[in-house]
Design a protein around this ligand. Structure first.
Ligand SMILES: [Zn+2]
Ligand SMILES: [Zn+2]
Length: 260
């Protein structure tokens, strides 16, 4: 590519950017952006939630279990996990969560799964990364991947929250992202309230890693929207580790209280 072509490309990019910024400013003037949770007007270009909702989405600074992400008492001994997960064996090392599955978070997760939930999901990812960056920075992450869905579910629901969430987290952290490393080879029932042993049984062997993927020695961030019993994330993490991954860290929007 010669110097003239490069200069032209830069000019075109600059013009496109200026037009896009100008168009956004006009649209924001005519239709001021609204918070995607409460509908309040938002100032400026970029945020999808108002400041009040962002504060409600952020977790209160209570202690949390580093293994499963569940809230814990201030003086709880958590070196071996909390009472909810101590007897469980997980293939992932820890869970990084944005919030507790309270009213505002439940609403956000429901809307994130719905049609048009992409920008809301990206907004949640930004809040998650900004709030928990010191924890993310503790791990030398090589790759971000979503917990995959079976193709038949993807076919019916093309908007997949875990995929959009993981992509935005990778983008925000500056870590490569891929949706083609891990895939779901067998459809499993959606039984959020099943007891943990049954969920583990259902998930066993349901994931696979694409051939020719060199994961040896890598640290992978596995992303899902909600963690319930941890059985799904555990099965996905186990598959990644069998393929050579050294460490798997899980990131979720929220940890559901539906645990048994
Ligand atoms: Zn709001
Ligand atoms: Zn725990």
């Amino acid at each position: 590519m010669n110097r003239l072509t490069q200069t032209c490309d830069r000019c075109h990019r600059g013009i496109r950017q200026a037009v896009s910024t100008w168009a956004s400013a006009v649209l924001n003037f005519v239709y001021p952006p609204e918070c995607q949770l409460c509908g309040a007007e938002i100032e400026g270009i970029g945020p999808v939630f108002c400041e009040t909702c962002i504060q409600q989405l952020k977790p209160s600074l209570t202690n949390e279990c580093p293994r499963c992400g569940a809230p814990a008492g201030d003086y709880a001994e958590l070196s071996q996990g909390c009472p909810q997960c101590r007897k469980e064996s997980f293939a992932f090392e820890r869970v990084i969560r944005l919030g507790i599955y309270g009213d505002q978070m439940r609403l956000a997760c429901l809307r994130a799964k719905g049609a048009g939930g992409s920008s809301l999901t990206r907004g949640l990812a930004d809040v998650l990364v900004d709030q928990k960056r010191p924890i993310f920075d503790q791990f030398p992450l090589d790759l971000v991947v979503p917990v995959p869905e079976h193709w038949s579910r993807r076919f019916l629901h093309p908007h997949y929250a875990a995929e959009i969430l993981s992509r935005q987290i990778g983008h925000r952290l500056g870590v490569p992202w891929s949706r083609s490393v891990l895939f779901k080879q067998r459809r499993t029932p959606k039984q959020a309230t099943s007891p943990t042993p049954r969920r583990r049984q259902q998930q066993q062997g349901s994931f696979a890693v694409k051939q020719n993927r060199d994961l040896a020695g890598k640290t992978i961030l596995l992303v899902d929207d909600i963690l319930t019993t941890g059985a799904t994330a555990d099965a996905a993490a186990r598959t990644l580790k069998l393929a050579g991954t050294q460490r798997v860290i899980v990131a979720v929007i929220a940890v559901s209280p539906l645990r048994s």
